[in-house]
Design a protein around this ligand. Structure first.
Ligand code: HEC
Length: 142
């Protein structure tokens, strides 16, 4: 997260966009409770960081990952299409997506029929930014 903050400072646009305010990884760890019924966090080495469900893809390493690209997970067509069209997860895309995945995909693909297999919506951008900070922190070292 530090590096990201510094990059924004460099561009002279820090803290003006609420969705890009630096997240709090500790709060994000608590917030991840809302995600773990469907998402686990298991490192590439196989270490379980958060035991979770299999309805959604493993969120380990989601930072910078092409959307819909984790091997072995059966994504919906729309998310795969978005990834193929160039979507990869950074903070801004992630924060917008988790607030309303279906609306996000409809917008991203300019397709009013796009569908999401993730039905959950996280209402607050700040909570999403915290979870992003947490996911970044657990993916950093390994
Ligand atoms: C009810 C189950 C469910 C919950 C709860 C849920 N998700 Fe998801 N999530 C999914 C499914 C299913 C997908 C795959 C979507 C698709 O293929 O369209 C997904 C996909 C994603 C993706 C895209 C990953 C990729 O590999 O492209 C992200 C990011 C994500 N979820 C984050 C979250 C976060 C953060 C939370 C908690 C705030 C959360 N999800 C809660 C089911 C869920």
């Amino acid at each position: 997260m530090r590096r990201f903050g510094i990059a924004l400072l460099g561009m002279g646009m820090t803290l003006t966009t609420p969705a890009l305010a630096e997240g709090d990884a500790t709060a994000g760890e608590r917030g991840f409770k809302k995600c773990k019924s469907c998402h686990m966090i298991v490192s590439d080495a196989g270490d379980t960081i958060v035991k979770g469900g299999r309805t959604g893809p493993n969120l380990y390493g989601v930072v910078g990952r092409q959307a819909g690209s984790l091997d072995g997970f059966r994504y919906g067509k729309s998310l795969i299409a978005a990834g193929e069209a160039g979507l990869s997860w950074d903070e801004e895309q992630f924060v917008t997506y988790v607030q309303d995945p279906r609306a996000y995909l409809r917008d991203y693909l300019s397709d009013s029929k796009a569908k999401s297999k993730m039905s959950f919506k996280l209402r607050k951008a700040d909570d999403a930014a915290d979870i992003w900070a947490y996911l970044t922190s657990v993916s950093a070292d390994s």
